[in-house]
Design a protein around this ligand. Structure first.
Ligand SMILES: Nc1ncnc2c1ncn2[C@@H]1O[C@H](COP(=O)(O)OP(=O)(O)OP(=O)(O)O)[C@@H](O)[C@H]1O
Length: 263
């Protein structure tokens, strides 16, 4: 579904110098696969997501979606960020139905579809509430429904749950896994939290410390599904995988600290 082949991304600094964020990234995400990307702060995780979304082009190499080179915005993908997706001046049902309305679907049909999604994410009864009348977790549910109503083949999530308290976060993660398993979408999930990455994913990719980050490790997570993200952390198999990936990640985090201290 998604392939990055030898992708390098450079930005021009205000001084005019080139800053290489990613260097020679190779990454494949299959149809219906849940892939998380972890790495030290500033290594280029969000930049990777932005290349897959088509918000900006690779400097070198290629991003392919379903085998085709991506040019411009990736029409198969939707993005869910750490910040709110919902428009504050729109009700839940107007927010959730928006993607369909923008595609030209009639209001009554879009509303019918939106009601189904609102129910699926556990917000039945809140159709006419505004975002400020909901809790942070409920607003995330609105965001998820907003993304999934358009039945994307690719869901790109950047630290989507990191602002939530730990209990709400686990609820949302379990909810996400349940809904994802019913949609067959490919997910690329960016997180700082290795436990979250392992608990959710089929695969965890570790990026090395920047500048010029590349793929340091690529791990298949063979834990059984369905999973309960709050409980799976105590599974001995989970702990073994965590130790293995953390050994890789820790080195990169240390390198990143040293770089930060020297600048
Ligand atoms: N549009 C841009 N112009 C110039 N530099 C950029 C741009 N976008 C990102 N960068 C730089 O690229 C590097 C990687 O940023 P990015 O946000 O992708 O990292 P990250 O791994 O997601 O970081 P964090 O873990 O802190 O969220 C940073 O040094 C950042 O300053």
């Amino acid at each position: 579904m998604i392939e990055l082949k030898g992708v390098t991304k450079e930005f021009v600094k205000p001084s005019g110098e080139l800053h290489t964020v990613l260097h020679g990234i190779n990454l494949q995400v299959g149809k219906g696969e849940f892939c998380s990307i972890v790495g030290p702060t500033g290594c280029g995780k969000s930049t990777t997501l932005s290349l897959i979304a088509g918000f900006e082009p690779a400097t070198k190499g290629e991003v392919r979606i379903q085998g085709e080179p991506l040019s411009g915005i990736n029409s198969q993908a939707v993005c869910m960020f750490q910040t709110e997706n919902a428009f504050p001046w729109k009700t839940v049902i107007d927010n959730v139905s928006l993607g369909l309305r923008l595609k030209g679907v009639k209001k009554s049909e879009a509303y019918d579809e939106a009601r189904g999604w609102i129910q699926r994410v556990g917000l039945k009864g809140f159709e006419n509430h505004y975002p400020h009348q909901l809790s942070g977790g409920m607003r995330k549910r609105v965001g998820l429904a907003q993304c999934l109503i358009v039945q994307p083949k690719i869901l790109l999530m950047d630290e989507s749950f990191s602002a939530l308290d730990v209990h709400t976060r686990h609820l949302m993660e379990n909810e996400l896994l349940k809904i994802w398993s019913e949609t067959g979408a490919s997910v690329v999930f960016i997180t700082h939290d290795l436990e979250e990455a392992i608990a959710l994913s089929d695969r965890v990719v570790v990026l090395s410390a920047g500048p010029g980050s590349s793929v340091k490790g690529n791990y298949r997570i063979e834990l059984e599904r369905p999973r309960n993200v709050a409980e799976i952390r105590f599974d001995p198999a989970f702990m073994r995988i965590h130790e293995q990936i953390w050994n890789d990640l820790r080195d990169e985090v240390m390198i990143s600290y040293v770089h930060a201290a020297n600048h």
